[in-house]
Design a protein around this ligand. Structure first.
Ligand code: GLC
Length: 650
């Protein structure tokens, strides 16, 4: 989509007679009367020098960050957004830059262990295990890194296949630079569609994740570090959509590096980072998943590189808090799941996934798990840590209990009574059994099950959505039994979900009246195309992660083999169409970066399963106990004992 320079924002770089200077310029607000905190009328901005400089970071007087403009701090200090309301356990303190000395991480009821000591212990244990020739993993802890590095060396000596070599060449070609540093990868490099680039020439946050992992696993971390830091700067943007400012913690869906003439001169140019928070996106949807992916990637970066100093930085800690602040703030919600509009994630068009879609819930759960590990504990963050723990407990209970379907559950729903008015209703959401779609009755295997796509009052969306189910496994949102059940279902329904190209984004597609009403007659999302039952090879790496976690890498291997045969010949398309994924997608971009990177990451994970272990989260029994206890203590809220038990008995 075309983004006029009127939306260009203040972080700029000058190219002037080969002298590189990072600078900022002031932007008048295009239509509304908002003042950007850093506009020329702002005293803070006026006082700023405009040349490349080292940046002082509050909270760490001895360290300077070269090349990262300090506008970031100015924006936060001059924000005009409203404080979150404080009350009870959900109370989140106003988030501003403060001095936050690094202190030990403490979770409620757990003794304080200085983080450095804890890590040292873990590293010592891994070294000791290695010495004893032990091969087990340590549940994705720090020590895995050392093991991983050893394996990576072995891998680098291995001969790459021709397909892998081509994929690496293409991935390297997709790298985007800013201030002469790699900062991300472009969504697609399709010369055949150059005149319809839309926003495929941008760096998407969600698309970059598999690229980042491929680079990290290859031992190249600079691009990921730059990406994390620069997208953090974008987060603090003062955004407006038709005179309304969305939340401060929102991460953009994508950004573009633009080179523009400086002050109308043809001799001087500057580079501008131009983000899209949804204000230009088709349908104007807020990319809720971007911040969640950013947190997930931040943890992966630390785990793989061992550079934990990055996540401990004050600006990064603030970034995490701002994202969580948005997700955890009080609203009208009755459920612990996150309430979003349609198209707020990978499926970024209207597809009937408004409300509480599984994909967002699984990524939300993952991001909460990752944040809990990374948040520096101090007086300012203890309420946040408590809020995270409470939400994790409630969310896992909610999803495990109400989103899960298998043969037994479908039969229960089939026999539901409706219109139950009481605290101990069985059919809590008043689901009418007539809603059970006819395809499901035949489709559901005897063994296995899955999490449904969405749950609302009187509505269950029974479609199978791959990404949400994979991340439920990866993050341990699913019980081990449920995780096993999801993989059983995929194996049983291989032709439907993998077919001739892994993997179906969702199954089945919406057809006829449903398509007309739910998609709004979207010609891009016709049945078995694009988001409506299309096949997306980028989902491979996420499937691989889930399979390795569950000790079933052979399933992923089978799927990767299917993809490997076609992707290079088909020029690495974005997606495939038809029920079995036989055709290259109608409007599919070629040389789509996350197809390429997803394939490489899946390959690398299969060759080095230890790497997968550092990207997943194990079951946390304490979280489950928390939920079961509070349920039984509270007499007003009757939650079936069986339900609480199903959380713990896994
Ligand atoms: C499409 C996809 C979205 C992706 C973007 C860039 O809009 O729906 O998930 O991020 O393309 O590849």
């Amino acid at each position: 989509m075309a983004m006029g320079l009127s939306t260009a924002k203040p972080y700029r770089r000058r190219l002037f007679l080969l002298l590189l200077r990072c600078t900022r310029t002031a932007e008048p607000s295009p239509k509304c009367s908002h003042h950007h905190p850093l506009s020329c009328s702002s005293p803070a901005a006026a006082a700023e020098p405009t040349h490349l400089r080292c940046i002082f970071r509050p909270g760490d007087p001895n360290r300077f960050v070269p090349g990262i403009p300090d506008a970031f701090w100015g924006v936060r200090q001059f924000s005009t957004s409203v404080d979150p309301i404080s009350s009870g356990d959900k109370n989140l303190e106003r988030i501003f830059i403060q001095n936050m000395p690094v202190k030990p991480i403490v979770v409620d009821g757990v003794d304080a262990v200085p983080i450095e000591d804890e890590r040292k212990e873990e590293v010592d244990t891994v070294v000791a295990n290695a010495e004893e020739g032990k091969d087990e993993l340590c549940g994705g802890k720090v020590g895995d890194l050392y093991k991983l590095e050893g394996d990576l060396e072995v891998r680098q000596e291995k001969e790459q296949s021709e397909v892998e070599k081509e994929a690496w060449r293409l991935l390297d070609r997709a790298v985007v630079s800013y201030c002469e540093r790699p900062i991300g990868t472009v969504a697609a490099n399709d010369v055949t569609a150059a005149n319809q680039a839309l926003n495929y020439d941008q760096v998407f946050i969600r698309d970059f994740v598999p690229s980042a992992l491929a680079f990290l696993l290859k031992g190249e971390s600079e691009i990921v570090r730059n990406f994390l830091l620069h997208t953090l700067q974008l987060q603090s943007w003062e955004k407006t959509v038709d005179c309304y400012s969305p939340g401060q913690g929102l991460m953009p869906a994508s950004f573009k590096v633009r080179t523009v003439p400086l002050d109308g001169s043809n001799e001087a140019f500057e580079e501008v980072l131009d983000p899209d928070f949804g204000e230009s996106a088709i349908g104007r949807v807020a990319p809720v998943d971007s911040g969640l992916w950013w947190i997930i990637l931040l943890r992966a970066y630390g785990k793989i590189t061992g550079d934990y100093a990055l996540q401990e930085r004050v600006d990064i800690q603030t970034g995490i808090r701002l994202i969580l602040n948005l997700c955890l703030s009080d609203g009208f919600d009755m459920f612990p799941s996150l309430l979003v509009t349609d198209g707020s994630c990978m499926i970024d068009r209207r597809m009937g996934i408004h409300g509480h879609p599984l994909e967002i819930q699984a990524l939300f759960y993952s991001a909460l798990r990752c944040s809990r590990e990374m948040i520096t504990f101090n007086d300012g963050s203890k309420n946040l840590v408590r809020a995270i723990n409470n939400r994790l407990s409630a969310l896992s209970f909610h999803i495990r209990e109400y989103y899960w379907v298998d043969m037994k559950k479908i039969n229960e729903i089939y026999r539901y009574k409706t219109e139950e008015y009481s605290h101990d209703a069985i059919n809590k959401f008043n689901i009418y059994p007539e809603q059970i779609p006819s395809w499901l009755v035949e489709w559901m295997p005897d063994k296995g099950g899955y999490f449904i796509g969405n749950l609302q009052p009187a509505h269950m969306d029974f479609r199978f959505f791959s990404l949400g189910n994979f991340w439920a496994i990866v993050s341990s949102l699913a019980t081990p039994r449920q995780a096993e059940g999801i993989l059983n279902l995929i194996e049983d329904k291989w032709d439907d979900i993998v077919g001739r190209m892994p993997l179906k984004i969702c199954y089945p597609s919406l057809e006829y009246e449903e398509w007309r009403i739910i998609t709004g007659s979207d010609p891009k999302n016709t049945p078995w195309s694009y988001h409506n039952g299309g096949s997306w090879p980028t989902l491979l790496w996420q499937f691989t992660l889930a399979c390795i976690k569950m000790g079933r890498p052979e399933l992923a291997q089978r799927a990767v083999a299917v993809a490997e045969k076609r992707l290079p010949n088909d020029k690495w398309p974005e997606y495939y169409d038809t029920r079995s994924g036989r055709f290259i997608g109608k409007q599919s971009r070629l040389y789509q970066t996350w197809t390429i990177a997803g394939f490489l990451t899946a390959k690398m994970l299969l060759e080095n399963p230890a790497a997968a272990a550092v990207l997943t989260c194990d079951e946390d029994l304490e979280l489950l106990q928390g939920c079961a206890c509070s349920l039984s203590k509270n007499t007003r809220i009757k939650c079936s004992r069986l339900a609480a038990k199903s959380q713990v008995v896994v």
